[in-house]
Every structure is written in structure tokens, then in C-alpha cells.
Write a protein that binds this ligand. Structure first.
Ligand code: PRP
Length: 213
């Protein structure tokens, strides 16, 4: 757990950051504008008693589980893949996309197909629950390449606008689950900094409800 008083927030760099920082600002939390294009990794915001830690999205649950960040923002995809011991407090409703099984059109089932993905745990569990034997191949990006160049029969990946699939002649075969970003908390921090964390959670929750209505 971090020093009481200063709330440490693990923020994901990249796609989610823009939407997450907008939500925080709408909820009255002063993330400095010059933070957006900065390469700094730790940004103290003393007027809000907060410190933002800029993390690679996949590492956010690790920082929160170990308590070096009290709370964090992370996609449900990463949360399911990493399966860390953290509280999931709030669905922020941002960075909406879906996890899908994807392949080439006209794909015919084969025995023991190969499935390429950045999410080996999610993919393994999905096919195991359906009694399908697959070989999961872990890749770290550009997953759509795998069926195009013959590395895998199918892929499990995120679809947001569908542009990547369209431009590469791939089709969504099954939608596995919807994905949005979540607010997570370290279990000890949640008890020790309950006022600050629950207060922030309530503010964000009210803001999200107001936007939705
Ligand atoms: C993600 C995902 C898809 C793409 C989907 O990749 O893995 O490739 O975005 O978005 P779309 O439906 O709007 O086209 P990302 O851009 O994070 O890069 P990566 O290929 O390196 O994982």
C-alpha cells in the first residue's frame, strides 16, 4: 500500500488514456493538459492529492495487485487475461470494443486448429469450455497477420471499429464478450484509503450515469 493521503493511480498509456483522462476531468479531477503529450511516467497532482503512474496497459493490474498503485484503469480484456487479485470497482463504459474469434471467410473446421492471440488464457478457457481442442499461439501484436500468412487457423482478438478486419479480408466468426475499461483497486488500499477511493468511484459513477442519461 502506498503512503496514506496521496492516491496513486495507474493510468494506461495509449488508446484508453485519452478517454480515461477526459472522464477524470469531467469528474473534476485536474489532470494537467500538458500531461497528455508528455513522456513523463510519474505525474504528481498535489492539489488533488493524487499521483498518476503511466503504465503499459497490460501491467496496470500488476501495479495495483502489488499496491504500488492504489487504483488503476484497465480494459476488461486485460483484467480477464491477467486474473490478478484486485477489486473491480466500476465499469467506466469507455474504450468499448469486443473480444472475438476471427478467421478467413470460408474457413472450414480442422482437427486441433491453431489459434493465435495476445490473450492465451482467455482463448484457452473459451475453447476449453466449449470442448474444443485448440493449440494456442501467443503473439504480441498484429495478430491479424497470423491467418493471412498461415501461422494460425483462427485468431482471438479485440475488434473496435472493424477496420483492421475489413482491410485484411478477415471476418468475425464469434463474439466472445463485450469489453470496456474498469476502475480497479488494491485490496488493502481499498480498506486503508476507503474515503478517497470510494469518493472518486462515486464521482466517476455519477459522471458516467449523467453522460448515459
Ligand atoms: C488492436 C486489436 C486489433 C485492432 C482492432 O490492435 O488487436 O488489431 O486494435 O481495432 P479496429 O477494429 O478498430 O481496427 P492495436 O492497435 O492495439 O495494435 P496491435 O496489433 O499491436 O495489438
Amino acid at each position: 500500500m502506498t503512503e496514506q493521503g496521496v492516491l496513486k493511480v495507474a493510468m494506461p498509456k495509449g488508446r484508453i488514456y485519452k478517454q480515461a483522462s477526459k472522464l477524470f476531468r469531467q469528474a473534476g479531477l485536474p489532470i494537467p493538459e500538458d500531461f497528455d503529450d508528455s513522456r513523463r511516467l510519474i505525474i504528481p497532482v498535489p492539489e488533488a492529492n493524487m499521483e498518476f503512474i503511466m503504465a503499459k496497459p497490460v501491467d496496470v493490474p500488476t501495479y495495483v495487485e502489488y499496491g504500488v498503485a492504489d487504483i488503476g484503469i484497465v480494459g476488461k480484456d486485460v483484467l480477464m487475461e491477467e486474473n490478478k487479485d484486485v477489486y473491480e470497482l466500476l465499469d467506466l463504459g469507455i474504450a468499448k470494443c469486443r473480444m472475438s474469434v476471427i478467421g478467413l471467410p470460408g474457413w472450414k473446421p480442422v482437427i486441433h486448429p491453431r489459434v493465435a492471440t495476445k490473450y492465451p488464457n482467455v482463448a484457452s478457457q473459451y475453447f476449453r469450455e466449449r470442448g474444443q481442442q485448440v493449440e494456442v499461439i501467443k503473439l504480441n501484436g498484429s495478430i491479424e497477420l497470423a491467418p493471412l500468412i498461415g501461422l494460425a487457423d483462427r485468431i482471438v482478438d479485440m475488434v473496435e471499429t472493424g477496420q483492421t478486419l475489413r482491410e485484411n479480408g478477415l471476418v468475425e466468426m464469434e463474439t466472445m464478450f463485450a469489453v470496456t475499461s474498469r476502475l480497479i483497486a488494491n485490496r488493502v488500499s481499498y480498506r486503508m484509503q476507503n474515503n478517497a477511493i470510494q469518493g472518486l468511484c462515486d464521482r466517476l459513477g455519477r459522471m458516467i450515469a449523467a453522460v448515459q442519461n
